[in-house]
Design a binder for this molecule. Structure first.
Ligand code: NAP
Length: 251
């Protein structure tokens, strides 16, 4: 297997960061990670710290500032990847946000923003990579959904809809591009320890944990390892699937 080249959206922290490190360290993969905001606007500092964490001098890890809700930014990210790596094999659509509140209080702006970041970004990046993937008759796409896209969740009408839509998008793309050896799968994480779940109160966290048979929150690494599997040769015959990584929360 030659060295692979990947884009990970929303890769500077949380699950995305862990995926960048996993692909670089354990899949010997060059990685571009995009993000909308870099702390102190210091892209190089984030690039350096992720590269140090990955600890693999054989691969390049490059940051690219891009708003995943913008199609032009998605195209620019893909162009940057191809210019730097000479091609692209893997796309991980990871960028996502929450704006939780009950429907009674949810504003149109909260709904639109979550849809744009969580769903339209998947359209933007998938469309931007699809031509090179089709030409080379190879591509691996992993979309970050959520178990709430499968079961729903009070207070997350916007988020759960966006993740359900990501699942529909994944299955449709899988059918459209299977003949070109492009696989498209989704991961549905359960309750994972990141800034996104830090917002929850201890009582909310405890309530969630009662529903998790493995009785712990997931780690970003739990998601990153499954992402590595889905882009590896071991998953060549898997497409259109939604893999729940949730400690058994939804069966
Ligand atoms: P996180 O720690 O909040 O990180 C989200 C990442 O997305 C950040 O790097 C953020 O960038 C980026 N992002 C936000 N808006 C963006 C935009 N417009 N353009 C580009 N990047 C943008 O969240 P996480 O927990 O790692 O979540 C990662 C993915 O997993 C999301 O799709 C989320 O819905 C999904 N997920 C998470 C959980 C969980 O329990 N944590 C469960 C199920 C699914 P900035 O740093 O620039 O803001």
């Amino acid at each position: 297997m030659g060295k692979k080249r990947a884009i990970v959206t929303g890769g500077s922290r949380g699950i995305g960061r862990s995926i960048v490190v996993e692909l670089a360290r354990n899949f010997n993969c060059d990685v571009i990670f995009s993000d909308i905001v870099f702390p102190n606007d210091d892209i190089e500092a984030v690039e350096k710290s992720i590269s140090e964490e990955a600890g693999n001098p054989e691969v390049k890890i490059l940051a690219f500032k891009a708003d995943a809700t913008s199609f032009a930014d998605a195209e620019a990210t893909v162009k940057f990847a191809i210019e730097n790596f000479g091609g692209l094999d893997i796309l991980v659509n990871n960028a996502g946000i929450t704006k939780d509140t009950l429907l009674m209080r949810m504003t149109e702006a909260d709904f639109d923003l979550v849809m744009n970041v969580n769903l339209k970004s998947v359209f933007n990046y998938s469309k931007a990579v699809i031509k090179p993937f089709m030409v080379q008759k190879y591509g691996r796409i992993v979309n970050m959904a959520s178990v709430v896209g499968v079961i729903g969740n009070a207070g997350q009408a916007n988020y759960a809809s966006s993740k359900a839509a990501v699942i529909g998008f994944t299955k449709t793309m899988a059918k459209e591009f299977a003949s070109r050896n492009i696989t498209v799968n989704a991961i549905a994480p359960g309750f994972i320890e990141t800034a996104m779940t830090d917002k929850l109160s201890d009582a909310q966290k405890e309530a969630f944990l009662t529903a998790v048979p493995l009785n712990r929150m997931g780690t970003p690494e739990d998601i990153a390892k499954v992402t590595r599997f889905l882009v590896s040769d071991a998953a060549d015959y898997i497409t259109g699937q939604v893999i729940k990584v949730d400690g058994g929360m939804v069966m």
